[in-house]
Design a protein around this ligand. Structure first.
Ligand SMILES: [Zn+2]
Length: 71
């Protein structure tokens, strides 16, 4: 396990670490114990904790993630 910082709120969450091929960015999202990687339609990627994921709308856009970052 390792810690990773949420791209929006900056919280440190635990994620599986040390396995290089665990993160498959070709998929929409990968679940982790404390957060997941979200890939948007424009190709940008963010690692977000579940609190931030839950705060996003059903079909989040980059502006929605950036709105979280500003809070
Ligand atoms: Zn967060």
């Amino acid at each position: 396990m390792s810690k990773r910082r949420c791209d929006a709120c900056g919280a440190r969450v635990e994620v599986p670490g040390g396995v290089g091929d665990f993160w498959d960015f070709g998929s929409l999202e990968k679940a982790g114990p404390g957060g997941l990687t979200l890939e948007l339609d424009d190709g940008s990627e963010f690692f977000l904790c579940y609190d931030c994921i839950e705060a996003l709308p059903e079909d989040p856009a980059r502006a929605d993630v950036e709105a979280l970052t500003e809070e």
